[in-house]
Write a protein that binds this ligand. Structure first.
Ligand code: SAH
Length: 463
């Protein structure tokens, strides 16, 4: 690209042109579309130029250009149709600091003028760097045909209407509305009043359709305590026609759905029986397509080990609108239950959320980093993988006395805390025979236990 296209601010600024013949006329027709102040210097101006000057569309001076005439002009056109005169006026303008174009002289011009499709405020500029003016004209013709003459007016009216259209949800619904306005079928409004009326009707139609259309909310149910629901989660649960929930979501939370709402258990639980993910995806989409308000209720936060993306993709593929409502993840609830922080100045400035197993089996991790002193990790779905984690961490040099805490049923009345060390994790975990969901912290002991250990250390040191 030897010429970089830009849109120059010319409103109220001067553009000077030297010349009064055909070349000048062609350029002036273009320039007069702009809101610049146009000044022409010509000894023999064409009739049209005289008429335009008479109509106040440009300012005409009937003599050749002289030094000082260009002054603060932003652009200068040499359209004298005479090589010598063009060179003289261009040099004058250049000396006065204007960007210079010499008509039909690409070589010596500082800028070139593109072919323009004008649907103000929509402007399409086409350039071929002088290589193929015929092509530029063909493209222009093509665009002229495709872009309705009223497009500029439509865009201006549309711009003023934007705040009203913001009543539609962000994303697809709003995009569909605008695309319907500009490219939809039906008669095209040809006056601003008709366009405005069309927008009003169209918006009503889209809002109504939006209200009728099914919608999916991916809602975080938190760790189990109903008081740890967000207010938004509570409201959506109350409004839902269908609630598709994980097995981990507690009955107390499901209680908050309306009596008439359909409750569907579609969870996956550890290694037990579960509904296939693609069936869950299909179920969500199907209910939304029937026009239902669907709440897909996921334990904790939907974005943490929740296979959220697959379900979102299913909605997107089906053109179903969705929103994501965050929830309190198990790690946050569990750490609160042991009076610790996930991060702490001087101890750990990062915390990792891991899963004990993934699609391929026990999940692999950056064991070296996890084995480092002070490392803190929240391990989800870690019960079965405990022995594997223990082995890998010890193998990578983790201290056998690293504290490990397992919090079962975090935030629920039956919450249990198992305090152990990396070396003792198994068999301690098997012995405890936890049956509820459990979160394992590597590198964290409950505050009280940490204090006991700390005092023991002090006592030992004192001995
Ligand atoms: N999206 C969920 C996690 C789903 S994976 C969240 O953000 O919490 C399921 C795992 O989360 C369980 O195997 C368990 O490790 C953990 N978990 C969920 N609820 C829990 C709870 N109340 N107490 C402890 N761990 C819990």
């Amino acid at each position: 690209m030897k010429h970089f296209p830009i849109f120059l601010a010319v409103e109220g600024r001067r553009i000077v042109l030297s010349g009064g013949g055909e070349a000048a006329l062609a350029k002036l027709r273009l320039l007069m579309k702009s809101e610049a102040r146009i000044e022409v210097f010509a000894t023999e101006p064409a009739e049209e130029i005289v008429a335009w000057a008479g109509a106040g569309r440009l300012h005409l001076t009937r003599r050749a250009l002289r030094a000082g005439d260009v002054g603060d002009a932003v652009l200068f056109y040499a359209a004298d149709e005479d090589e010598g005169e063009d060179a003289r006026t261009a040099a004058l303008a250049e000396a006065e600091g204007a960007l210079v174009n010499i008509v039909d002289n690409l070589e010596d011009s500082r800028f070139i003028t593109p072919a323009i499709v004008d649907r103000d405020p929509v402007t399409v500029a086409i350039g071929t760097e002088g290589a193929a003016p015929v092509l530029a004209r063909a493209i222009k013709r093509d665009l002229e045909e495709r872009l309705p003459a009223s497009l500029g007016m439509l865009a201006r009216v549309g711009k003023a209407f934007r705040p009203l259209a913001d009543r539609l949800p962000f994303g697809r619904p709003r995009r569909d509305f605008w695309s319907d306005y500009y490219f939809g079928a039906g008669p095209r409004p040809d006056t601003p009043e008709a366009a405005r009326a069309a927008l009003d009707t169209l918006l009503d139609r889209h809002l109504a359709a939006e209200a009728r259309a099914g919608h999916v909310s991916f809602v975080g149910a938190g760790p189990g305590d109903p008081e740890l629901l967000t207010m938004k989660a509570r409201r959506l649960l109350h409004e839902a026609d269908v609630v598709i929930h994980d097995r981990l979501v507690t009955p107390e939370i499901l209680e908050l759905a309306r009596r008439e709402a359909v409750l569907v258990a579609a969870g996956k639980e550890g290694f037990g029986p579960s509904v296939a993910q693609c069936d869950i995806d299909a179920m969500i989409v199907e209910h939304a397509r029937e026009g239902h308000q669907v709440v897909r209720l996921k334990s904790g936060d939907p974005t943490v080990f929740g296979r959220l993306d697959e379900e979102i993709e299913a909605c997107e593929a089906a053109g179903v609108g969705y929103t994501v409502v965050p929830g309190i993840t198990a790690a946050s609830a569990a750490v609160a239950g042991i009076g610790q922080s996930l991060t702490k100045r001087g101890r750990n400035s990062e915390v990792r959320f891991l899963t004990g197993h993934d699609v391929a089996g026990f999940a692999d991790h950056d064991w070296r980093a996890l084995a480092a002193p002070g490392a803190v990790a929240a391990i989800y779905m870690g019960k079965r993988a405990a022995r594997f984690l223990q082995g890998r961490l010890m193998m990578h040099g983790a201290d056998a006395s690293t504290p490990v805490t397992v919090v079962e049923n975090a935030s629920r009345p039956d919450q249990r805390v198992l305090t152990t060390t990396l070396a003792d994790l198994e068999p301690a975990l098997s012995r405890a025979a936890l049956s509820g969901p459990a979160l394992t912290f590597l590198g964290l002991a409950p505050r009280a236990a940490a204090e006991v250990l700390h005092t023991q250390d002090l006592m030992e040191a004192a001995r």
